[in-house]
Design a binder for this molecule. Sequence first.
Ligand code: ADP
Length: 451
Amino acid sequence: MAMFHKILIANRGEIAVRIIRACKELGIRSVAVYSEADRDSMHTRLADESVCIGPAPSAQSYLNIAALMAAAELTDAEAIHPGFGFLAENAEFADIVLESGLVWIGPTPASMRTMGDKVTAKKEMEIAGVPLVPGSEGAVETIEEAKAVVKTSGFPIIIKASAGGGGRGMKIVHSEASLSNAFSMCKTEAGAAFGDDTVFIEKFLEEPRHIEVQVLGDTHGNIVHLFERECSMQRNNQKVLEEAPSPYLDPETREKICAAGLAAAKAVNYVGAGTIEFLMNSDKSFYFMEMNTRIQVEHPVTEWITGVDLIEWQIRVAAGDKLDFCQDNIKIKGHAIECRINAEHPFKFTPSPGTVELYHAPGGRSVRVDSQLYTGYKIPPHYDSMIGKVITHARDRQKCIRRMQRAMDELVILGVTTNQELHQRLLANPGFQSADFNIHFLEKWLHQMSL
Ligand code: ADP
């Protein structure tokens, strides 16, 4: 099948830059869209063509479907890559793209819908034999039902909105006394925030690790997994540092969790790149949490250990190409770590937009930098604070940490405050170095240090 001539990238920042780079390497023309606040941003400059789609607020630009479709029509783009965030998991947008005769670089709207609704997703996963966090069977309608669920699961529990996302619409309950109140509050809030008050209950796992499996499928029925990533370094349910492979898994557990991820993807006939997120207990039991039906921020660590270019394959699969490798061809080579660089205070996490007076990216052997930064760039205050990612690779984890430490020491960003020092301290932390952590590690450590 013929490759696209031109792709529109419905995103900004480092992921737009990443996709433009992939387009260039494939010989495809790229169209950047930008808000008035992003006129001088890197993605606007790097693309072959750029179209302004509205004022700074995302609702009027990067989330403005009419403006995006007009830009695609104006530039005669054949396909749209949504990146992550913004409209990447919006099935209605995917529908509109397809109805307009364009190609959606992503999974089918049907699999996006199934996985986007947590109750539906869990039902599908149960049928596929993927382990679920113990809890309610589907939606919980009344407080009596909630009490009945807790009788078997015990406390603590987590009440979740079926339509929730981005860490919103969840409530942890530790005792019977607060159950009724939390249940009705969660239901009311879910209705107000997501227009759907369906909630369900899960056992709250106290000290799990976050381990996720990367999958990739084509339109010819081939689906493979590309092993796992460990993303337990989090703050406020936001990932800070990711690595692949997970330092916690033995070969047997790796095989099991990757097989579960693959089964999940196969259950929805998944096409494109996707991620199945699991929580893993200290006894190495693991449970399906959710599937992200898009490319993820941390995809480079997987690219590095497997040698598979995920963005290139997203595009090729959307163009109808067959995967030219099979499961047995994919092997883990070495270790990779990614540090997310945010324009924010390293310990207080207050955003720090402004002008970058000097930018110097680290280099040298096995260091990759995906970023929209340049000296003189004015970071707008309107969007996510992530301004780039530094990724390192080495033969083993210890060497990879050392390489990341020297990369972090080389990185210079002047003019705005960044979380560089947080990474420097974290990389030197014995708990991190010995891989003895869970999803609460970072917050507990910050608390102990009174940082
Ligand atoms: P969202 O779609 O909002 O990201 P998730 O279901 O992925 O919601 O959960 C977000 C985060 O909440 C997880 O990364 C984990 O830290 C925590 N979490 C979710 N479910 C549980 C659970 N059953 N036990 C413990 N922590 C949980």
